[in-house]
Each structure stands twice: as C-alpha cells, then as structure tokens.
Write a protein that binds this ligand. Structure first.
Ligand code: NAD
Ligand code: UFG
Length: 338
C-alpha cells in the first residue's frame, strides 16, 4: 500500500516525503513542477536512501490520476499541490480558484472512482482570518479571508467537509499550518522561492547572503509587545512529522478531523530577526516600513489538540528554525539550481 503525495516536490511536501519514507511508508509523488524542482526528490533519495516513484503531471489531469491509481496500490492521499502566493492570488484569482479548487475537486472525484477515500489536506491558519481568539483553537470560527488564496483554503475545507458528510466512508484530515520555516537539518533540502520572496524567513536568509540589501519590517505600531506582528513559526520537519502522525486519523470510521499544526508560541518579527542574528552569529540589515495590507497583528495556535489526539508535538525551537534556514541558504545559494 502506498501514499500519494500531491505537490511532493515542493517545500513542505518534500520534507514530508522524507519523514514518510523514514517511517516505512511507500510513497508516490504527483507534481507538475510549477513551483518546484525535481532535484528536491533526488535529495530525498540521498537523505533516506530510498526511491520515490515520481509522476510529473497535474492534479487537474484525470488521465494521469487514473494512471496513478491503476499502476499503484494507493490507500491515502496527502494533498499539498496548490498555488500559494498571497499577492499573486489577488491579481490572478481565476488561476488560483481553478488550480486549487477545481484541482482538488478533480483529485477527490478520481480518488472516489478508484475507491480511495482517505485524504489529508494542507490548510492554513489563514482560514481563521483575523482570529476571534488567541491562542487559536480548532473551535475558533473560520473568519473572513483577505485574499483569494486564503479563500481557496477556506472553500476546499468546506468541500471536503461536505463530501465526508455525504459519504461517511471518507476519512478527511484538515491540517491548518501556521508559519512553516526551517529546512532539513542536513542542509540538503529547503524552501526554494521563485523571484523575490514574500515570506519573512526566505527574505531574511537572502538578506543574510547578500542577494537582497535589507529587510523591511512591515509595521511597528501594532498592538503587540514590541509593535511588530506576532506569528507561530514551526520547523518544517515538525510539520512533516505532523503528517505522519495524522495518518492514524485515516483509520476506518475516523470521519472528519481538524488540527492546528503550530508550536503554540508566538514570536514577533523583531524576535525572529534577533534570534536569527544570535543563532547564526551575524547582524542583519533591516529598516522599519509601513504596514503590509492584509496582515493580522497576532496569529498563534493552541496546539494541544494535536498533542492529545495524535501524540504529536513540535520538537524544534526557534534556534533550530533559524539555524537550519540559514544552513540551507548558505549551502545552496541558488536553491536547487546549483
Ligand atoms: P510549494 O509551492 O513549495 O509546493 C506546492 C507544490 O505543488 C509545488 O511543488 C508545485 O509545483 C505543486 N503544484 C501546484 N499546483 C499543482 C497542480 N495543479 N498539479 C500538480 N502539482 C501542483 O508550497 P509549500 O510551501 O510546500 O506548500 C504546500 C501546501 O501547503 C500548499 O497547499 C500550501 O498552500 C499549503 N500551505 C503552505 C504554507 C506555507 O507558508 N508554506 C502555509 C499554509 C499552507
Ligand atoms: N514580514 C516583514 N517583512 C517581510 C516579510 C514579512 O515584516 O519582508 C512580516 C509580515 O508583515 C508578517 C510576518 O513577517 O507580520 C510573517 O509574514 P509571512 O509573509 O512570512 O507570513 P504570513 O503570516 O503573512 O503568512 C503565512 C503564509 C500564508 C499562510 C499564513 C497562515 O505565507 O500562506 O502564514 O497564517 F496562509
């Protein structure tokens, strides 16, 4: 029996494939490489010594989905494939709705035709909008998203919830990630953004390596301890092991399960800058800049449900997150292009 990992060549997917292989699972990856490099899967093999069966293709393509289900004994899907750039989604909403929502509907339709009714979906803390409670539990109502990307996560959660309600044979796990950073501790795998990064940590590492001149900190007048926004950063290896733990919620009769994957600790932008400087013994060039549209002041999880029900808890702290992000960047200045 194998696990289909859509988007498995990407940042979180590739790290999860490592943890799945290390846990003894057989893995099949489907990725159209629109935001990734197949070298990530070569690195997976270097790290684990194990093969990953790779199909280059699109979740919107029914033929390739049927081929995968015909040629492999798939029991469950971990569904990472999707477009994820918040700013781009504002300018290209139809591309985002098509790829993420139509893609997911196509995938689950072909899964059910093949009799496979187990799925773990990559959702996001973005579905909480400006959260009604801090720390955020899974009972916190979903909020109003500020961009089409966020709405795709919100709507796909609803679609999978409705599907499970209509057909209780489905087992669905919705994982709401907080802010994934870090990289594989070997420095062989990490985040590989195209162009100028939008997210904080890849921006910081590119300033540190001299590709970008300085970090702009978006807003220092929020109602937070130091005025900068607070987030729940989680090491990508912890996120990866969270998926392995979540597989147990695909046992027959599990139904719908929702978990936050975070550490439960909030760090401000300035905390991240200072921790990065300390962990890597360097100074970062940064300036204060105006607020960025759509940012919420604080977003961090109550991660106790995953610990209680999955036996999963984040192991890595902010030091390792900063160390491993930098280790990846300095060993691979051009990502997988080297
Ligand atoms: P990523 O871009 O590195 O990985 C996504 C992968 O999906 C890429 O390899 C891309 O080529 C592939 N892909 C996209 N559309 C596809 C399609 N139609 N068919 C086949 N493959 C396709 O992103 P990531 O950071 O690894 O994120 C993985 C998932 O987690 C995404 O769904 C993302 O929305 C979600 N997520 C990410 C974050 C984050 O901050 N990184 C936070 C919350 C949720
Ligand atoms: N930030 C800066 N300067 C930068 C980049 C970011 O100050 O150059 C700040 C942001 O304003 C924010 C914090 O750093 O306060 C974190 O920003 P990110 O862009 O790294 O992350 P977000 O919290 O905005 O969003 C991330 C993912 C989304 C996901 C969301 C879930 O990018 O996909 O977490 O909480 F939906």
């Amino acid at each position: 029996m194998a696990i289909l990992v859509t988007g498995g060549a990407g940042f979180i997917g590739s790290h999860t494939v490592v943890e799945l292989l290390n846990a003894g699972h057989e893995v099949v990856v489907l990725d159209n490489l629109c935001n990734s490099n197949p070298k990530s899967l070569e690195r997976v093999k270097e790290i684990t010594g194990k093969e990953v069966k790779f199909y280059e293709g699109d979740i919107l393509d029914r033929d390739i989905l049927q081929k995968i289900f015909r040629e492999n004994d798939i029991e469950s899907t971990i569904h990472f494939a999707g477009l994820k750039a918040v700013g781009e989604s504002v300018h290209k909403p139809i591309e985002y709705y098509e790829n993420n929502i139509a893609g997911t509907v196509t995938l689950v339709d072909e899964m059910r035709k093949a009799g496979i009714k187990n799925i773990i979906f990559s959702s996001s803390a973005t579905v909480y909008g400006d959260p009604a409670e801090i720390p955020i539990t899974e009972n916190c109502p979903k909020g109003v998203c500020t961009n089409p990307y966020g709405w795709t996560k919100w709507m796909i959660e609803q679609i999978l919830t409705d599907l499970q309600k209509a057909d209780p044979e489905w087992n669905v796990v919705l994982l709401r990630y907080f802010n994934p950073i870090g990289a594989h501790p070997t420095g062989k795998m990490g985040e590989n953004p195209n162009g100028i990064p939008n997210n904080l940590m890849p921006y910081i590492t590119q300033v540190a390596i001299g590709k970008l001149e300085k970090l702009s900190i978006f807003g220092n007048d929020y109602d937070t301890p130091d005025g900068t926004c607070v987030r729940d950063y989680i090491h990508v290896m912890d996120l990866a092991s969270g998926h392995v733990a979540a597989l147990k919620k695909l046992a027959p009769g599990s139904g719908l399960s929702i978990y936050n994957l975070g550490t439960g600790i909030g760090y401000s932008v300035l905390d991240i800058v200072h921790n990065f400087e300390k962990a890597n013994d360097m100074k970062l060039n940064y300036v204060m800049a105006p607020r960025r549209a759509g940012d919420v002041p604080q977003c961090y999880s109550d991660a106790s449900k995953a610990e209680r029900e999955l036996g999963w808890k984040a192991k890595y702290g902010i030091f390792e997150m900063c160390r491993d992000s930098w280790n990846w960047q300095k060993s691979n200045p051009n990502g997988y292009e080297d």
